[in-house]
Design a protein around this ligand. Structure first.
Ligand SMILES: Nc1ncnc2c1ncn2[C@@H]1O[C@H](COP(=O)(O)OP(=O)(O)OP(=O)(O)O)[C@@H](O)[C@H]1O
Ligand SMILES: [Mg+2]
Length: 398
């Protein structure tokens, strides 16, 4: 009985939620694109998914990759871009692991696969000259393919070769990059150019590219290459509506024979405000707070919400606050007055007692760089974490 009633909720970065609520449309659309790509053995437009912190971007990407891997019809890799780290290196590492699966030693390797491995080796040698990653047998680099050291040209060669090989094997290629806004600008430009070039072939190779990141990602990509605006199929991942939040909370409970009382559910929904991360935190603490095994009451909800709020305050909001400089805090306090709506820089100038927009530009740029805020529109800024404004209003307003 114990495990039947074990806590199903999963707060934390990238943790698979017990119920992936409100994402059926995007899951269906991406599945549709992928099916089409395999069927026609032809690539489609690259996809970009953007959304605030903790709305479930990583969970979605993982789901796409898991489905692809399970179907055994995809060469699938997922990497996370990190500020200051090159995409070439992370991609080379992830692809190495994936390509080893295509090249089990002892088996007769198809010509096209052997060719792909050689092109991959060229690509890899530019980041790992010692050739540490091995395939268990010798793979010579292929001169003139993916070996210039110029990311833009090499990634194009590599993607092309991956696509041709996948086609040869009746498979597709899935490349997923999380936190894409953090990749170096030159890498983003290289990626844009490569994907653009691939898309222009008479019969594009069967690659599906999915990038995910903060709401700033579309403009970061456009900054790197002007035509990026038209290159990608942009999808915004939003907060959950009431029905979706309800599903996220009640389905996992029902599966364990536990029922939410209506008033408890209303209280939890109000506290959660559609934020998936907070839904998991609330779910978890409310679950643990229940006084009887098969029911969640008002009281349980009140206690659990309180504990969840404390935990998220400490873990998510306070740590960001602590890392901010006094000037950055002033700016965030001024922003918090707009609640979860974007703030006009003009208003912030006034609220912080400054005289010019440029007086705020250092704080603005630093906060953007740290990923605390983003600019949804010219002259506006907004928090990247839902609930940050509320946290500041509760804890740090004077
Ligand atoms: N559709 C959903 N329904 C319920 N819970 C969800 C949903 N999507 C994500 N979650 C939960 O929300 C939390 C955050 O998910 P995830 O790490 O994927 O967000 P993210 O958008 O990648 O955040 P970040 O921008 O910080 O990387 C996890 O605990 C996850 O289980
Ligand atoms: Mg994430």
């Amino acid at each position: 009985m114990e495990s039947f009633r074990s806590n199903p909720f999963r707060p934390g970065a990238g943790r698979v939620p017990p119920e992936l609520a409100g994402r059926d449309v995007i899951l269906g659309q991406v599945a549709g694109v992928m099916e089409q790509v395999i069927e026609a053995s032809e690539g489609d437009r690259p996809i970009v998914i953007s959304g605030l912190r903790g709305v479930g971007k990583t969970v979605l990407l993982n789901e796409f990759v898991r489905n692809a891997t399970e179907s055994r019809r995809w060469i699938a890799v997922k990497v996370e871009a990190i500020a200051g780290g090159s995409l070439r290196k992370t991609l080379a590492q992830a692809l190495h692991l994936e390509l080893r699966k295509l090249a089990t030693p002892g088996e007769q390797i198809r010509d096209q696969v052997a060719r792909l491995l050689r092109v991959f080796r060229s690509f890899q040698l530019t980041v790992d000259p010692a050739g540490t990653y091995s395939f268990g047998f010798t793979v010579e680099a292929m001169p003139g393919r993916a070996d210039t050291g110029d990311f833009e040209r090499d990634i194009l060669d590599l993607f092309e070769e991956l696509g041709l090989t996948a086609r040869d094997l009746g498979m597709g290629v899935l490349v997923a990059i999380d936190e894409l806004q953090d990749a170096p600008k030159t890498d983003l430009n290289g990626l844009n150019v490569a994907l653009h070039t691939l898309g222009q072939a008479p019969r594009p190779v069967p690659i599906v590219f999915i990038g995910a990141g903060l709401p700033s990602l579309p403009s970061v990509l456009a900054d790197a290459t002007s035509y990026a605006e038209r290159l990608y199929d942009y999808r915004h991942l939003g907060l959950l509506n009431d029905a979706e939040t309800t599903t996220a909370l009640t389905k996992p409970a029902e599966a364990r024979g536990v029922e939410w009382e209506e008033s408890a559910l209303v209280a939890a929904r109000r506290a959660i405000g559609g934020y998936p991360y907070f839904a998991q935190a609330c779910g978890k603490h409310v679950w643990d707070a229940r006084a009887v095994p098969d029911r969640i009451t008002d009281d349980d909800a009140r206690v659990g919400i309180e504990l969840a709020r404390d935990e998220v305050d400490r873990g998510l909001y306070q740590s960001r606050w602590d890392r901010a400089t006094p000037a950055q805090r002033d700016m965030m306090k001024a922003m918090a007055k707009d609640k979860d709506r974007p703030s006009a820089i003009q208003d912030l100038v006034q609220r912080t007692g400054k005289s010019r927009t440029s007086d705020l530009s250092v704080s603005r740029n630093e906060l953007i760089k740290n990923g605390h805020i983003y600019s949804p529109d010219r002259g506006y800024v907004a928090f990247t974490v839902p609930g940050m404004a509320d946290f500041i209003a509760r804890k740090h307003s004077d």
